[in-house]
Write a protein that binds this ligand. Structure first.
Ligand SMILES: CC(C)(COP(=O)(O)OP(=O)(O)OC[C@H]1O[C@@H](n2cnc3c(N)ncnc32)[C@H](O)[C@@H]1OP(=O)(O)O)[C@@H](O)C(=O)NCCC(=O)NCCS
Length: 188
């Protein structure tokens, strides 16, 4: 009998991260963003916004809305949204990250850039996120990338057939710096 593929294991050696670049999202990118949000591969894991909400996030200074560019031609492969960029508490939320071409390493690479932007450029003290409990892929990625489990918002979101819980995860500045000292993060 053939063995089933092993689930993602955080102790296995990781692939080399892909090369990505983040650039500010423009109005002309919003069709791409909205299409990605409504892709059935992504919908179970996010709560899509309408165009006006994305337009606000592009303009509002407390938000950063980025297109993830990757691949040989650095085409748009996803997007990411940060909130709290002007927070007096220096607490930034990774609101959403969606990658179109999955399992190419773009998600991990983009997350690493997000951490650099948050801690190096935006002087975050805390970078946090919530993720649906059923989103095992994203949870595994965040855990591998050094996010600590903070708690569970039990049955916080409606999903088909019932409710799902939200897992809250975070990284503090000193944890990012400790990881950097271990070369787990790019040099500053
Ligand atoms: C979560 C998401 C951004 C990850 O992006 P990605 O580019 O596919 O991820 P990567 O290729 O960088 O993979 C990172 C790690 O995640 C894990 N992973 C990714 N896809 C996986 C899968 N299908 N099964 C198991 N583990 C998986 C692996 O550990 C992988 O590392 P490895 O390939 O070195 O083993 C992407 O799957 C996505 O857009 N999902 C839908 C939206 C979403 O859930 N966003 C996050 C919540 S806001």
């Amino acid at each position: 009998m053939t063995a089933a593929p092993a689930p993602a294991d955080r102790h296995l050696p990781q692939r080399m991260p892909a090369r990505v670049r983040l650039r500010p999202t423009m109005q002309s990118d919003l069709d791409f963003v909205l299409t990605l949000e409504h892709d059935p591969a992504n919908l179970p894991f996010i709560t899509p916004w309408d165009r006006v909400q994305h337009e606000g996030a592009i303009r509002f200074p407390d938000f950063r809305h980025f297109i993830i560019e990757g691949g040989p031609g650095l085409e748009a492969v996803g997007f990411v949204i940060l909130i709290g960029c002007r927070s007096q508490h220096q607490a930034l939320e990774l609101k959403r990250m969606v990658v179109r071409d999955k399992r190419q390493g773009y998600g991990r690479a983009a997350l690493r850039v997000v951490k650099r932007i948050a801690f190096d450029d935006l002087a975050a003290h805390r970078l946090w996120l919530d993720v649906k409990s059923r989103n095992t892929v994203a949870r595994s990625l965040y855990e591998q990338e050094g996010f600590a489990l903070e708690g569970v918002l039990r049955e916080a979101v409606r999903v088909p057939g019932g409710f799902d819980s939200l897992i809250v995860m975070s990284m503090l500045r000193h944890e990012f710096e400790d990881r950097r000292a271990l070369a787990l993060e790019a040099a500053g």
